[in-house]
Design a protein around this ligand. Structure first.
Ligand code: GLV
Ligand code: MN
Ligand code: MN
Length: 381
C-alpha cells in the first residue's frame, strides 16, 4: 500500500495523478518499480514499447514463461490502484515465492504495461498489444513511437498470463468478499466523431439559420445514453471556443462497450445512423472515425478453475464476475490463455482520485496469486 502511494505521487501533472504512455512520469515510474522488481530478485529491462519487465528464469532448460502483471499508465486525474495494484501484487507474489524457496518449472515474468488506458492516443493497450504482436497498421499510423513493434515476443513463448486488478465496480463489496474471479472481459469500440459547422456571430445569426457544431454534438451525447450498450462521451472539444462565437467545430470521443459483441456493434451502427440524421438536419458535415475495436474475451477455463480452487482453499467464498472495464489480459488473450483476479474496491469507485482498496484485502490477493503459481508449477512439473 505504501508503494501504491509512492507510485501515485509520480505524475505528469502537478496536483493530480496523470501518467500517460511514454511520458516523463512513466519513465520515472518505471525506474521506481524497476527498483522494487530488483529487490524481489527479478532481472529488469524496459522493452521497445516502454513496458517494464522483470524476469526470473527457471533452472529448467527451454522452459516457457508465465506472465503476471497489469499497467502503470493511468487515466487523467486517476486513483492510485487501477493498474499499479496488479503490478505491485505481482512483485509481492514473486517476493513471497522467493521467501518460500519455491522453484518453478517455468520462467516467471512481471510486466508493468505502458498503455492500458489509451489516454495519449485514444487507443487502448498499446504496450500489451505490442508485446502480443497484434498492433495494426492503423495503430501505427496514429502514434509517434513506431519502434514499439519491436517489443513483439516469440510465438508460443508464454504459458499464460494472470492479472490482479481492482474490480472498479461494487459487486465484491456488495457480496462482502475480498477477491473474485473474472470469467470474461467486455468488448470495446472507440471512435472519434467530428461535426463541422459554420462559426458565426452569437448576436446576429438567427437560431434557425445556424450550423452549430456543438448543438449537433450535444444531440449525439444524449443519443449515446439510449443506444442499447454502455456508451460514453468522455471528451468534447469545441472550436473556436469563445462565448460570443457559434461553435464551428466539435470533436468528441465515443466509447461503446458490451459483453455481447453483436449488441455492441449494433449500438455503434445505431449511433452512426443517428449522427448522420443530426448532421443532415442541422446542415453540418460529419466525420466518423472508428479508432479501435476489441472483441469480448473469455478468460481461460482451466486457469480460472485454478484461481477458484485457490480462493476456496483459503476459506473464501468463490465469486465469479465479468469485467466491463478493459484490461491488458484481453490483449494477451491473442497469444496465450489468460485469467484475472479482482480485488474489492471501496464504493465501486474507479477512474477517480477517490479510488480506494482495503489494506486487508491485499494479503488474500497475494496469497491466492502465489498459490495459483504454485499449483501451476505442480501441473507443469
Ligand atoms: C480501462 O480502464 C478501460 O476500461 O477503459
Ligand atoms: Mn486498469
Ligand atoms: Mn482504467
Amino acid at each position: 500500500m505504501l508503494r501504491c502511494d509512492e507510485l501515485g505521487a509520480i505524475s505528469d501533472e502537478p496536483g493530480r495523478l496523470t501518467r500517460t504512455f511514454a511520458s516523463p512520469a512513466m519513465r520515472r515510474a518505471n525506474k521506481l518499480v524497476g527498483s522494487w522488481m530488483r529487490k524481489a530478485g527479478l532481472q529488469v529491462r524496459e522493452d521497445a514499447a516502454f513496458n517494464l519487465l522483470g524476469r526470473r528464469n527457471s533452472e529448467r532448460r527451454g522452459a516457457k514463461t508465465f506472465l503476471l502483471g497489469s499497467h502503470l499508465d493511468t487515466v487523467r486525474d486517476a486513483g492510485n490502484y487501477d493498474g499499479p495494484l496488479g503490478v505491485l501484487t505481482a512483485i509481492a507474489t514473486v517476493q513471497l515465492l522467493r521467501e518460500r524457496g519455491v522453484k518453478l518449472p517455468f520462467n516467471l515474468e512481471v510486466a508493468g504495461f505502458s498503455d492500458e488506458e489509451g489516454v495519449r492516443y485514444h487507443t487502448t493497450c498499446l504496450g500489451s498489444r505490442a508485446l502480443a504482436g497484434t498492433l495494426t497498421a492503423a495503430d501505427l499510423a496514429r502514434i509517434k513511437e513506431k519502434q514499439i513493434v519491436k517489443a513483439r515476443r516469440r510465438q508460443g513463448e508464454f504459458l499464460g498470463y494472470a492479472e490482479v486488478h481492482i474490480e472498479q465496480g461494487p459487486v465484491l463489496e456488495k457480496n462482502n468478499v475480498p477477491v473474485g474471479v473474472v470469467t470474461a472481459i467486455a468488448g470495446q469500440s472507440r471512435l472519434c466523431v467530428e461535426f463541422h459547422g459554420v462559426a458565426g456571430h452569437a448576436g446576429t445569426v438567427p437560431m434557425n439559420l445556424r450550423h452549430d457544431a456543438l448543438a449537433g454534438a450535444a444531440e449525439l451525447v444524449l443519443a449515446a445514453g439510449c443506444c442499447g450498450a454502455l456508451a460514453t462521451v468522455g471528451k468534447l472539444e469545441v472550436a473556436p471556443g469563445a462565448s460570443n462565437v457559434i461553435p464551428g467545430h466539435a470533436a468528441l470521443t465515443l466509447d461503446v462497450r458490451d459483453q455481447n459483441d453483436p449488441r455492441r456493434l449494433a449500438a455503434v451502427r445505431l449511433l452512426h445512423a443517428k449522427a448522420k440524421i443530426i448532421a443532415r438536419r442541422r446542415g453540418l458535415k460529419l466525420t466518423w472515425t472508428p479508432v479501435q475495436q476489441t472483441s469480448a474475451v473469455q478468460c481461460d477455463k482451466a486457469l480460472t478453475r485454478i484461481f477458484s480452487r485457490c480462493i476456496a482453499q483459503r476459506g473464501l467464498e468463490v465469486l465469479k464476475l465479468t469485467s466491463g472495464a478493459g484490461h491488458d489480459a484481453a490483449a494477451l488473450a491473442a497469444i496465450c490463455p489468460v485469467a484475472m483476479l479482482f480485488v474489492r474496491c471501496k464504493g465501486g469507485i474507479s477512474h477517480n482520485p477517490a479510488e480506494s482498496v482495503n489494506t486487508t484485502d491485499i494479503a488474500p490477493a497475494i496469497d491466492v496469486l502465489a498459490d495459483f503459481i504454485q499449483t501451476l508449477a505442480t501441473r507443469h512439473a
